[in-house]
Design a protein around this ligand. Structure first.
Ligand SMILES: [Mg+2]
Length: 187
């Protein structure tokens, strides 16, 4: 099954794309344990194809931010790996304040923001942005506000599907892929 295309007029004005973490970049599961010194260890599983999609947004000139409602070192490590400086982890999901500050710092309007989320911790921000995306297994209140919904679930390709759909709606997907392959075809 393929998701519907993202409406062109919504995609065209996007300058910043915000990703939730748990349930969007992961399947919402968290592995919790202890190391040999009794310190808590928390692991998450991220999808490599999602990561490439996020990189593609950057290559297409879009800004990317991660806004999580939980604090986790695993998230910080993954953001660093993807080269995302704007990684905010807000305890108890107080996401709106950091996003407001980010937009002000960067001179970006709410209509120029896209966000993909999975559950009600995303709603306060989601209601304000110009392009609202939900993962395939998003909860009902998220689906109700979404302009677009992935067919795939969080942590299992939903974020990549969104990146591809956004770039496709902006008419640059093929160009971004070709540029990437061409650079790697040089010997
Ligand atoms: Mg979430």
């Amino acid at each position: 099954m393929r998701a519907d295309p993202i409406p062109t007029e919504l995609a065209a004005r996007v300058r910043l794309v915000i990703f939730d973490v748990d349930g969007v970049l992961t399947d919402a599961g968290v592995y919790v344990g202890e190391d040999s010194d009794g310190r808590t260890v928390e692991l998450k599983r991220f999808d490599i194809q999602d990561g490439i999609g996020i990189k593609m947004l950057g290559w297409a000139g879009l800004q990317v931010a991660i806004v999580s409602g939980r604090v986790s070192e695993a998230t910080a490590i993954r953001a660093r790996e993807l080269g995302i400086e704007a990684c905010y982890q807000e305890p108890d999901a107080h996401k709106l304040v950091v996003v407001e500050r980010l937009l002000e710092e960067r001179g970006i309007e709410w209509e120029e923001v896209a966000m993909i989320g999975d559950d009600i911790p995303d709603l306060a921000v989601m209601r304000r942005v110009g392009l609202r995306a939900a993962v395939g297994n998003a909860t009902a209140p998220m689906v109700a506000v979404a302009d677009w919904q992935a067919t795939r679930s969080g942590g299992h390709g939903a974020a990549r599907e969104f990146c591809d759909a956004l770039l496709s709606a902006r008419g640059v997907l093929d160009e971004v892929v070709e540029r990437y392959v061409e650079e790697r075809s040089r010997t």
